[in-house]
Structures are given as C-alpha cells and as structure tokens.
Design a protein around this ligand. Structure first.
Ligand code: HEC
Length: 168
C-alpha cells in the first residue's frame, strides 16, 4: 500500500472510532436524561405528597421556603399523642443506609407510628417509590439523626405538637 492508501485506511479507522465514541456518548446521554427524569419525578412526588411538611424543619411554617439542600433532614419538633412522641426521621440518612429494594419492601409493609402516613407510602406504585428513593438518594446524606422515639409517659425535652385526645 502506498502512503496515500495507508493514510486513508488510518483515516477510516479514526472516523469509525469517532463514530463509535459518538454512539456511546449518545447512549450514555440518553441514560442520564432518563435517570434525571426519574429523579425529577421523585422531587415532584416528595413535594406534593407532603413529605417535606414534617421531615424538613420549617418547611410548612415557611410555606415551602426551605432550600432544597436542607430538605428531608428530619426534625426535632416532636409529635405527641397516645402513641408517645415521635420525630420525623432524617430521610437523607435513612435512604443512604438502605437499598432500593429494601425501601420498597418497607414502604409496603412497615406501619410507622403517627402522624407518619405510612399508608400513603404503601399505596404508591413501585415506579413512584423508586423515583422517590432515587431523588432522596441524589440529595446525598446531610444532617444528624432525628431524636429517638419517646414512649407514652416518657420525658420529652424540646417543642412538641400535641394531639388532643380523640372525641369519645
Ligand atoms: C404528618 C407528618 C409526616 C408526614 C407528612 C410524613 N412523615 Fe414520614 N415520618 C413522620 C414521623 C413522625 C416519623 C417517625 C415515626 C415513628 O417513629 O414510628 C416518620 C417516619 C418515616 C419513615 C421511617 C424512617 C425510618 O427511621 O426508617 C419513612 C421512610 C418516612 N417517614 C417517609 C416519609 C415519606 C416518603 C413521606 C411523604 C410521602 C412522609 N414520610 C411524610 C412524619 C411524617
């Protein structure tokens, strides 16, 4: 093969390699954008399902005016009633220590204490639960753990929302 021939074979090789790289890049961009769509859907669900109302400090009080970086980090505001006093968990830490399958398994079976609306989680579709999980995971862990549950009659320090006794 003459010099010109070798050069064009080389060139063809480079073009083919570029084409393959281009296809791979387009593939990975598509995957990323579908993952991004899932995460965006998760953000939307978390917002409208009211998870921030309890799990993000100050969210309900400020009309949702808390920066996303602080979302779902749990709250020290307790909820007191016949069940004792519960604290909305730091979901950023909870999902960091849990696989997606475990999240789904718990959402389907766990009955948390009030006022956690566990039945709302239970009734979400798998696709929505996965989107919510991926979104919270995408935020990364932040903040400390929420205070521990206090059984009825136990000593509570800090502010609580007290539920009135149910009507007889
Ligand atoms: C009305 C307040 C409230 C709302 C709204 C709420 N939660 Fe909770 N959540 C709590 C409280 C309080 C606890 C702690 C319950 C306990 O101690 O048993 C909790 C616990 C949890 C847990 C268990 C965490 C662990 O330690 O394993 C998960 C998961 C959870 N919430 C997810 C959510 C999601 C997702 C949403 C939105 C769909 C949501 N919560 C909405 C109050 C709330």
């Amino acid at each position: 093969m003459n010099v010109k021939g070798t050069a064009s074979v080389l060139l063809a090789g480079v073009v083919a390699a570029l084409a393959i790289t281009g296809v791979a890049a387009a593939d990975s961009a598509r995957r990323e954008s579908s993952e991004q769509k899932t995460i965006d859907r998760g953000r939307y669900l978390i917002r409208i399902a009211g998870c921030n109302d309890c799990h993000t400090p100050g969210y309900a009080q400020s009309g949702g005016g808390v920066p996303e970086a602080q979302w779902l980090t749990g709250d020290t505001l307790g909820w007191s009633g016949p069940w004792g006093t519960t604290y909305p968990a730091n979901l950023r830490r909870v999902v960091a220590g849990m696989s997606e399958e475990e999240w789904i398994r718990r959402a389907r079976s766990a009955q948390y204490r009030p006022p956690m609306p566990w039945f709302n989680l239970r009734d979400m579709t798998d696709a929505d639960l996965r989107a919510a999980y991926r979104y919270v995971r995408s935020l990364g862990p932040a903040g400390g753990p929420a205070p521990a549950y206090v059984p009825p009659g136990g000593k509570v320090s800090g502010p609580v929302v007290t539920f009135p006794a149910p009507p007889k």
